[in-house]
Design a protein around this ligand. Sequence first.
Ligand code: 0RA
Length: 665
Amino acid sequence: MQDTNMTQSYGADSIEVLEGLEAVRKRPSMYIGDIGERGLHHLVYEVVDNSIDEALAGYCTDIDVIINEDNSITVRDNGRGIPTGMHQKEGRSALEVVLTVLHAGGKFNKSSYKVSGGLHGVGVSCVNALSDSLVAEIHRDGKVFQQRYSKGHPLTAVEVIGSAEDTGTTITFHPDPTIFTTTTVYKFDTLAARLRELSYLNKGIKINLTDKRNLVDEFVIDEAGDSKATGNKIFKSKQFYSEEGLKEFIQYLDAGAQQIIPEPVCVSADAILPIDIALQYNDGFSEKIYSYVNNINTIEGGTHLQGFKMGLSRSLKNYAEKNNLLAKAKVELASEDYREGLTAVISVKVAEPQFEGQTKTKLGNSEVTSAVSQATAAAMDIYLEENPKFAKTIIDKVVMAATARAAARKARDMVQRKSVMSGAGMPGKLADCSERNPEKCELFLVEGDSAGGTAKQGRDRRIQAILPLRGKILNVEKAVANKAFESQEIRNIYTALGVSVAQDTEDGERRMDLSKLRYHKIIIMTDADVDGSHISTLILTFFYRYMFDLIKNGYVYLATPPLYLVKKGKEEVYCWTDAQRTAAIDRLGRGNGSGVNVQRYKGLGEMSDQQLWDTTMNPESRLLRQITIDNAAEAERTFSMLMGGDVPPRRQFIEENAHYANIDA
Ligand code: 0RA
């Protein structure tokens, strides 16, 4: 083993380097987005992206991601291994440069431009800066090299610690708890969703996820094909591998739907830039398009999405006209009619992407539009020519969509005329607040008239408005568009909000006009039981499908009423979890005669207005959960599965997509 030698390379360059990483530690959100749960998981994606790049360059086939017992993360790949030799210009090993210089990661990898890269694409040096411990182990040139770091500072030189026959890179890091103050606990399902997505977007790479914090029963498949427990315990793990890429991604996303053509249509081109697209039509009414640039989900769309929509419409329209399939259509076809029941994934690789928009997830490169449009139209033309039967199925569906849209418009116009005539404007059930600045205003959507009454009593009427909703609202996932506009509860919601649903705009994007939005916090408040979470999910589904911009802008929240009240004499402790309840009972006294009383809240209606205010509505003390869509594809699939069928594990969706946000604190 070599001696630790920390003085070897501390020239002027190194000082600059440390200043760089110091900047990351000072303002981490500028580099990784935030320092909450999202940012924490982002560290993993940042490291994995380097391994994906190595795989895309053709040198790596396997990537292992391990959540260790202490919530540190190990990412291992079987690529060439980060070079460990001296970097002439920097006067230090290339490994150390990669780990300490911002954006240095792809610098040496000249063979291919860096196409992968997380949303922020900041590189592994950022992860190093934000970890209280990071160990790099490189297998290369017959040796095992190791170097340790803390908070971006090398603790050791690059040491040879053994010999190796294989090659590869292993990075183990532990997020610094002084940076990630809300949580340093990794979520298996969150990592799994991203790794699954990556495996579909980059076919042929084997990605393993293992959770060493959790032991589960081992199962084997016996000769009869049945699954049988072996009695052994193994670490929880999942394997992700896709042979066919986007085609399989579509099948995964659309698993809950009834397809109307047997196989997805695939587009693959590499003339100006690599373009990969798969699309499928189902008998549903919604449009689900996921677009990616360099493996980043572009939730705001952009030129690649625009090109896809143009190419698809053009090809379908040409084919329909040429084959006289539009005879039945008494209405004019609009661009969105070509996309009803469509599920599509668009993945492009752009060498120098320009990202725009509020969340910097909108592709701006103008040259991409025509490239994607042409590739899409060309592939669709061939598919339609070769499959006349399926072509007719698709065109029939498009014509139906146009007809339904015309009917929906009629219904919507009627509703609008009626509400204008009745004069009132706002729904009668709405108890509005007095403040008029939307940024300060909150709208509580409350389950049931009785809880609505309590909330009206308990609220701060200056800034909090209450809209009671009666029972279950319409499941928009299963309804044709015009049904949604006929539902009284749904009309009440959007009338109270002061906005109408998202519409297609000239540039082909679907957007809402938020300028008249009357509240910037829309808080869904339902009972903490199965019915309550069902109702939350129904409301979320409506927002998701018709008012996505509300979610995208972070305006939608879930209230979290307590589950228990532990009481002794005058002392009252509200509890949200079983652990809190146990702790409260331990503190106040246990057993008969202790005078401790435990009350399980079954619903909001059981609380007094004072209790509801104290626990759930008071901005000073409440806990709101903000709805965010970190992984749109996964959320979408969950919506379709949950709302399409009648399966009750809806809570899971909420648990995975609602992030605890003590935004008032
Ligand atoms: C620079 C150059 C070379 C490989 C890598 C970086 C590399 C980086 C990472 C990060 C995670 N896994 C990685 N695998 C490889 C190639 C140098 C060469 O052998 O020619």
